[in-house]
Write a protein that binds this ligand. Structure first.
Ligand SMILES: Nc1ncnc2c1ncn2[C@@H]1O[C@H](COP(=O)(O)OP(=O)(O)OP(=O)(O)O)[C@@H](O)[C@H]1O
Length: 356
């Protein structure tokens, strides 16, 4: 396995890009560590597939270099990059048996037949298809075929990285969870470098050690699920991760005080921002406390979602979502306080350090 070095990568699909908006990838300059499990997460069109295709070699970036380990592979074809790929839809050889499909990448590299057998049987257990090993792939359902594709991606242990492009799209919902757990287990066992594209946050958060959040052609944060939840680097991360997403309120800043309308909110420490920046305060609905004390809110709607209630309200004319513990009553004169340690401050959408 190898680390993946994305060295000032930019990509435009147009021949003569000029404005930043001409670039599907604006500037990606990050390292994916050897043996890390990374999920590329972001909304449709943010550039996930473009980045994955640049790593795999299906696409050559307009600018920048890509290194696998110490080797510059920017100009190498996919076949010469030593990576395994699993796509959204199954790629199997219909006339071959399930066993032979899995054995194919190994036999292609002249692995000894005893080792082929050992490895294929191990993978058959992972994808739970041992009973079908001798069946032709042709007659299998789409989700079984996709399991075979997944297995083929996992069968070689000498690859630099394994890339997955929304591989569970065609898999039954209850199977998805099982396969995801299996992938995670395999990752722990063998230490593969894995990059997994998805637009599903549950899938990303359960699969990956590090989630790479992309937005509008940029990586806006790489972090553990906890880091993305507690300290979103960009307001988009706050909004995209978590359900409901983070509240983002326009505020004026003065040292360690944020002002919204006539209300003042004490910050854990002073936030320094450049003059003229758009300043906002982020607070997750879980850390807004509804009480008899604090800043007055107007509750507009309460949704009971089982484990807790979600109250939609307005604070100084701005929308504010509050997570209310299931057994708590909504007070008749509702007020809120913000847990100070859970407050994040943003200048032009990027987080500003406020820790003392
Ligand atoms: N072959 C192409 N030619 C021109 N533009 C493209 C091409 N492929 C992608 N794009 C554009 O590049 C941007 C990024 O697309 P990309 O497919 O990488 O996003 P994505 O995050 O993978 O989206 P999705 O989740 O929908 O697959 C989009 O604006 C898309 O329209």
């Amino acid at each position: 396995m190898a680390r993946i070095d994305l060295d000032h990568i930019r990509h435009a699909y147009t021949a003569t890009p000029q404005a930043p908006s001409d670039y599907a990838l604006k500037e990606v300059n990050h390292v994916f560590e050897d043996g890390g499990a990374y999920a590329l997460l972001g909304p449709s069109g943010c550039g996930k597939t473009t980045l994955l295709n640049i790593i795999s070699g299906l696409l050559t970036p307009s600018h920048g270099r890509i290194l696998l380990g110490d080797k510059d592979v920017t100009r190498l074809r996919t076949e010469d990059r030593n990576i395994a790929q699993v796509f959204q839809f199954p790629v199997v050889y219909d006339t071959m048996t399930v066993f032979d499909n899995l054995a194919f990448p190994l036999r292609n590299r002249h692995v000894a037949e005893a080792e082929v057998k050992r490895k294929v049987e191990e993978i058959l257990d992972v994808i739970d298809l041992r009973a079908m090993a001798n069946r032709r792939a042709q007659g299998l359902t789409a989700d079984l075929k996709q399991k075979v594709s997944l297995g083929r991606g996992l069968v070689r242990s000498d690859v630099s990285a394994i890339l997955f492009d929304e591989p569970l799209t065609v898999i039954d919902p209850h199977m998805k969870w099982q396969l995801r757990s299996q992938l995670k287990l395999l990752h722990r066992q063998f230490g593969y470098t894995m990059v997994y594209v998805t637009h599903d946050q549950t899938e990303a958060l359960t699969f990956a050690d590090k989630v790479v959040v992309m937005y509008d052609g940029e990586i806006v944060q790489i972090g553990t699920p906890a880091e993305l939840f507690d300290r979103p680097s960009h307001t988009f991360v706050g909004y995209f991760i978590g359900s409901p997403g983070m509240n983002v309120l326009p505020v004026k800043l003065n040292g360690a005080t944020a002002t919204i309308g006539d209300l003042q909110i004490a910050l854990p420490a002073a936030a320094t921002v450049s003059a003229g920046a758009k300043t906002e305060l982020g607070i997750r609905p879980e850390f807004v406390r509804l009480s008899a004390e604090g800043m007055p809110v107007t509750i507009t709607k309460v949704e009971d979602v089982g484990r807790h209630k979600v109250a939609r309200s307005t604070l100084a004319g701005q929308p504010l979502t509050i997570v209310v513990p299931e057994d708590d009553e909504i007070p008749s004169d509702p007020r809120v306080t913000f847990a100070p340690e859970a407050i994040n401050i943003y200048a032009d959408s990027w987080r500003v350090k406020t820790e003392a």
